[in-house]
Design a binder for this molecule. Structure first.
Ligand SMILES: [Zn+2]
Length: 222
């Protein structure tokens, strides 16, 4: 899977005396994540989500879910990541609309969560819909479009469809070369992903019916 950039949080005014406990916990979780302490950040994100869930601020509920969903995936809580991404999609759709870039980002995260627990067909179908929605609404060169297409290539590759994966990456690289400057992080990420092998870990959970993974080097040597 590509390294996913964090979904941007709602812009907030400077900290002050009126900061709610949920917002303080969200900020603290984000700070711990920035420092690289993922376990601590995860625990604070769980706490923030509980506080936000009992509050009335839709922005805080959204931001708490934005923080917790990828952290749960990173820590290895695949089922919690799935349910949090599912809630995040609902919150983002209600607050921003179905084709807003943040909602599309959340939907791409939910597709990855499906894929992580072996719901491969659903993941690919949902992500393909994110891609076509992003392309239609934001254009082929938009970050949301290129990220969805690149992620789709990774899903196909991990599910044993390298030819379709290569076609997706070729389209993404062509668009990136046309619209993005050399050195643009997204353009660099697309070329990096083109050189990456399929995820060995995914094979244990993959449910695609006709995979054609490359023969491992160890088998060739036997
Ligand atoms: Zn799969």
């Amino acid at each position: 899977m590509p390294t996913r950039t964090p979904m941007p949080r709602t812009r907030q005014p400077a900290r002050g005396a009126h900061q709610t406990p949920a917002r303080a916990a969200i900020d603290h979780a984000a700070a711990r994540q920035t420092l690289g302490d993922l376990t601590d950040a995860y625990q604070w994100a769980v706490y923030a989500r509980t506080l936000a869930h009992h509050g009335t601020s839709a922005a805080e509920q959204l931001d708490a879910a934005v923080l917790l969903a990828p952290l749960a995936a990173l820590i290895g809580h695949a089922d919690q990541a799935f349910t949090t991404y599912r809630d995040l999609v609902d919150l983002a759709t209600a607050a921003l609309g179905a084709s807003h870039e943040r909602t599309l980002h959340a939907r791409a995260g939910l597709a990855a969560a499906h894929h992580r627990i072996g719901r491969c067909e659903q993941a690919i179908r949902d992500l393909a819909d994110v891609y076509t929605t992003a392309e239609r609404r934001h254009g082929p060169e938009a970050s949301a479009t290129l990220k969805a297409l690149t992620q789709l290539a990774c899903l196909y590759r991990d599910c044993g469809s390298p030819d379709i994966s290569k076609r997706c990456l070729t389209v993404a690289a062509t668009i990136a070369a046309r619209y993005l400057t050399i050195g643009d992080p997204l353009r660099t990420q697309i070329s990096d992903i083109a050189r990456m092998p399929a995820s060995e870990n995914h094979r244990a959970v993959c449910t695609q019916l006709t995979p054609s993974w490359p023969v491992p080097a160890t088998s060739l040597a036997a």
